[in-house]
Write a protein that binds this ligand. Structure first.
Ligand SMILES: [Fe+2]
Length: 246
């Protein structure tokens, strides 16, 4: 990497995607930004790193964050207003990150529209402790309800680290896979970084996101060596990020 800088004598200042499809920047509704001032700071930080469209994805978890259209739309309009006042020209929208728990199955059965990233593309996550035993059935229900599920940060689920074949199984079930850009920097540890690189090397990654929660995440992205690393690993042409726009 050092020789890369010496040879080219250039510095990378931008993230390798312009559409961020995974973040917790809406104020006060999950474990991300606590207030609108912090949210504006995070949006400005992403804008300075080259992000031009930011799809906020607050958690919806039955036991923790029962966000709904009302809570999400209210937080989005607060943030939009504050960004307008601060003259930050970021395109903002809001979907959600759905934990595939019993509450999610209730929502799916109610057949009210779920909050998608774009068209029918639905961001989901599963527990860090163990793979849901009925994952196949859940994915089947999602797809037959008309949604295309995306699994957030597969590299962060420790139970796949001893079973990389599990990643191919996820694709066979019908998931698109979304890697966290932070994972590649080593932010979550070596095993997570290794799994993220494996997923990219095997061509299993469809989307990349920041999963931005707070300024420590932002500062990690700002490190020159991390931006250079991300630009090296992410072949933007193969990702679907840029298609998530109207
Ligand atoms: Fe997330």
């Amino acid at each position: 990497m050092f020789s890369f800088f010496k040879k080219n004598n250039t510095s990378v200042t931008l993230l390798p995607v312009t559409v961020d499809m995974h973040s917790h920047i809406l104020p006060g509704i999950d474990d991300g930004s606590p207030d609108v001032e912090t949210s504006v700071m995070l949006v400005k930080g992403l804008y300075d790193l080259g992000i031009r469209k930011c799809i906020a994805t607050p958690h919806i978890i039955g036991d923790l964050y029962r966000n709904n259209d009302e809570t999400i739309e209210a937080a989005l309009s607060k943030l939009q207003k504050a960004c307008d006042e601060a003259a930050i020209p970021m395109k903002l929208s809001a979907a959600a990150e759905y934990m595939l728990d019993d509450y999610f199955m209730e929502l799916l059965q109610q057949q009210k529209p779920l909050r998608t990233l774009h068209k029918n593309i639905l961001l989901t996550e599963i527990p860090y402790t163990a793979e849901p035993v009925n994952l196949q059935e859940i994915v089947f229900n999602i797809i037959t309800s008309g949604y295309q599920p995306v699994l957030a940060h597969p590299e962060r689920y420790f139970y796949f680290h001893q079973n990389y074949k599990g990643y191919k199984k996820l694709k066979e079930l019908g998931f698109l896979l979304q890697v966290n850009l932070l994972s590649l920097t080593g932010y979550y540890g070596k095993e997570v970084a290794r799994a993220a690189r494996y997923l990219l090397d095997e061509g299993l990654v469809d989307l990349a996101g920041t999963d931005l929660h707070h300024s420590r995440h932002l500062n990690t992205f700002r490190a020159q060596k991390h931006l250079a690393l991300l630009c090296k690993y992410i072949r933007n042409g193969k990702l679907l990020n840029s298609t998530l726009q109207d």
